[in-house]
Design a protein around this ligand. Structure first.
Ligand code: GLU
Length: 329
């Protein structure tokens, strides 16, 4: 009995040694992560691509294989991350806030306790593009028009509703609301099937370039004045913003266009392993200058601004890095 026990123990120890040495061990195993983004002509999609590129370039160091998925946007991404269908997602700061508090699309489900913040990204502007021939110069002119307010699952859907409501426009009664995806909106506008569309997006974006470069002349409609003052006061996540007109040569406007904005944020679930989150944060923050060259919308990013605009608790993997770097106390 004694000897049998010894042999068994030996086998166990040797097995452990072999497992540790083999290439298939925990150390050498590749971890697969997918980032939920948005439509391919938005800024989330290239942002997911930029994060994945930096991580995948150092595959030997991190053992992470990162891929990107085009999705319906913020709300879809948050829900997919919480359901465990995606490891990471990009989501508007206002939608992160609402998920954490159990508001808007999460009203019935309640506060989403497993949502974790990783960092924030580029600013996004609530962008309203309208056809010149539709005679839409102000929000009030939208009455009776066919307007794309955003697909279910997108960030912009609620932003469009908030903006319209702040101007006393009922989206169900006063306009002909469409809920098409942002990637389809420029084509619908150019084809004369809609008069205007809302898109909450960083600038420049492929979708807005497409909308402003077609044969049908379009203009950005300013979102400003007393209703916007009230909107910014009412909701903590809206701030005033500007659409830089120089990025869109084809637009009818010649000056920067005032609007409201939020921030893009990078989120995950409490269930994502700390070392995976730590590796991604470290790669992006240690090489922020290189990251910033990957899209013009990242120009304003700094390591400290990227910790702002977040409502969910930091993921422990992100927190560890931020504390090491003194970015967080
Ligand atoms: N803000 C949009 C959303 O949450 C996506 C913008 C983008 O894809 O860049 O749905």
């Amino acid at each position: 009995m004694k000897r049998a026990g010894l042999v068994l123990a030996l086998i166990f120890v040797m097995g452990a040694v072999f497992t540790a040495m083999s290439p298939g061990s925990a150390q050498a195993k590749t971890v697969f992560v997918t980032i939920g983004t948005g439509g391919i002509t938005g800024v989330y999609y290239p942002t997911g691509g930029a994060i994945c590129k930096m991580i995948n370039d150092k595959r030997d160091t991190y053992g992470i294989r990162c891929t990107v998925e085009a999705t319906g946007g913020s709300v879809f991404n948050i829900n997919a991350v919480l359901a465990g269908d995606l490891e990471f997602g990009i989501a508007q700061s206002d939608r992160q806030y609402q998920a954490v508090k159990g508001e808007a699309e999460w009203k019935d489900k309640g506060p989403q306790k497993d949502l974790r913040a990783v960092f924030s990204l580029h600013p996004e502007a609530v962008t309203l593009v309208a056809a010149e021939d539709a005679g839409i110069k102000t929000i009030a002119d939208l009455k009776g028009k066919r307007v794309n307010i955003g697909n279910p699952g997108s960030g912009q859907l609620q932003n469009s509703i908030d903006v319209l409501e702040s101007f006393g426009i009922n989206w169900e009664k006063d306009i002909k609301a469409e809920q098409a995806k942002a990637a389809e909106a420029p084509g619908l506008l150019q084809d004369g099937r809609i008069d205007a569309f809302f898109y909450t997006v960083g600038h420049p974006s492929g979708a807005i370039k497409e909308a402003t470069a077609g044969h049908r002349k379009v203009r950005f409609v300013p979102i400003d004045g007393p209703p916007v003052e009230a909107l910014v006061k009412k909701y903590p996540y809206y701030a005033k913003a500007m659409i830089p007109i120089a990025m869109y040569e084809g637009a009818a406007n010649k000056e920067n266009v005032p609007t409201v904005g939020v921030k893009a944020t990078f989120v995950t679930s409490a269930k994502t392993p700390d070392d995976v989150v730590y590796a991604i944060v470290k790669e992006i923050f240690d090489n922020l200058d290189a990251f910033k060259t990957l899209h013009p919308a990242y120009e304003v990013l700094t390591t400290s601004s990227m910790l702002e605009g977040l409502s969910a608790p930091f993921h422990p993997g992100a927190e560890k890095y931020f504390k090491e770097k003194g970015l967080l106390k």
